[in-house]
Design a protein around this ligand. Structure first.
Ligand SMILES: *Cc1c(COP(=O)(O)O)cnc(C)c1O
Length: 245
């Protein structure tokens, strides 16, 4: 099971941890300069595309919230000693942030702390079946881009209600910003904020490396950061080649 072999964890190089901690400080500076309070904006470190050592690096840097897109990759990393060894840092809270097929839920049921990409009722039902009472976010497609996941904005309240009726703990909403940089993403983030406010939902997961300022300015409570923390993703290491989001 251990990715490191021999049952040991890959202890990250001190210089790698230092670089991560510096990048994390820069991310927090960006949150502050966008008007956010870093104590109230959770940074989810997105380890997709990197090996289990990225998990150890994040934990050594004090980050416990980790995000993965692909079910297989999440399951693999959650099982690796880098995620489980209590000596490496705080206990990991895994966030499932990518498009999810129903038949993958079971393999993640014991690992995921927050299901961020609930975008349709059958998926909510499967999560409720495999992990009763699980914490979820409803993902909304705020940019009207076909390739993005998420329910239509006007379906949000019905999906939130349905998830609650299934016994899920709906903490908030999640969105991926429109392509084209911060200016393009801003209106969608504002829409997500309005939808969350209307529904009385606390958590607003929005903002990635390229558009976190726009998201924080619009009231993000949770940013999902990959490249700004770990550098550029190796193209071949994850999921469908080259679809780096
Ligand atoms: C990959 C990904 C991120 C992180 O993206 P970066 O640009 O590397 O910060 C955040 N959210 C989702 C849904 C992603 O797929």
């Amino acid at each position: 099971m251990s990715a490191a072999g021999g049952g040991g964890s890959a202890i990250p190089e001190p210089a790698t941890v230092t670089a991560f901690v510096e990048r994390l400080a820069r991310v927090r500076d960006r949150i502050v300069s966008a008007g956010g309070d870093p104590a109230r904006v959770t940074v989810v470190a997105v380890t997709k595309g990197f090996g289990p050592v990225a998990v150890a690096v994040a934990r050594a840097g004090g980050v416990a919230d980790l995000g993965e897109n692909y079910a297989q990759e999440l399951a693999r990393k959650a099982g690796a000693s880098e995620a489980r060894d209590p000596g490496l840092g705080p206990a990991v809270r895994w966030h499932a942030i990518g498009r999810l097929q129903r038949n993958k839920v079971r393999s993640l049921a014991r690992s995921v702390a927050l299901w961020q990409s609930v975008d349709r009722e059958p998926l909510a039902a499967e999560i409720a079946r495999r992990c009763p009472g699980a914490s979820v976010l409803v993902q909304v497609n705020v940019s009207d881009e076909m390739q993005k996941g998420g329910c239509a904005p006007e379906e949000t309240s019905a999906l939130v209600r349905a998830a609650r009726e299934l016994g899920l703990d709906v903490r908030g909403l999640m969105a991926v910003g429109a392509e084209g940089g911060p200016d393009a993403a801003g209106p969608g983030f504002a829409l997500l904020r309005r939808l969350a406010d209307d529904l009385g939902l606390e958590e607003r997961s929005m903002g990635m490396s390229a558009d976190l300022e726009a998201a924080v300015a619009a009231g993000s409570t949770m940013v999902r950061i990959g490249t700004a923390l770990f550098g550029f993703r190796p193209r071949t290491a994850s999921g469908p080649a080259g679809t780096a989001h």
